[in-house]
Design a binder for this molecule. Structure first.
Ligand code: SF4
Length: 107
């Protein structure tokens, strides 16, 4: 049985995703069900910390394309992986996230 170049590339892509996905998940933690992003950190938060986060209506995907955590003055970029942070509350924050405290970075 011969394998075409297309079949080989397709299988290699599937294998790459299968092998890479666990390491990506490990980089961001085990996947707390409260976190749509899969970034760990929610389970370690106190009720008060969760309340602070929820009080600002944080979401992992911003509904405002021009207002993202990544261009907010309160965002702290991750050293590696996808889970950054926010200076206003504890726990993981994604670059594409948003909350009602968004403020433009100083230029
Ligand atoms: S204040 Fe809100 S928008 Fe700004 S980094 Fe924190 S969570 Fe993201």
């Amino acid at each position: 049985m011969s394998t075409t170049r297309r079949q080989f590339l397709s299988r290699a892509a599937v294998a790459g995703v299968a092998l890479g996905a666990p390491s990506l998940l490990a980089a961001c933690g085990s996947g707390d069900p409260r976190s749509a992003s899969g970034c760990d950190g929610y389970s370690a938060l106190t009720p008060q910390e969760l309340q602070a986060r929820q009080g600002l209506n944080y979401v992992d995907a911003s509904p405002k394309p021009a207002q993202l955590c990544s261009n907010c003055m309160h965002y702290t970029a991750p050293a590696e992986g996808a889970c950054g942070g926010c200076k206003l509350f504890a726990g993981p924050v994604l670059a594409g996230g948003y909350c009602t405290a968004w403020a433009a970075q100083a230029s």
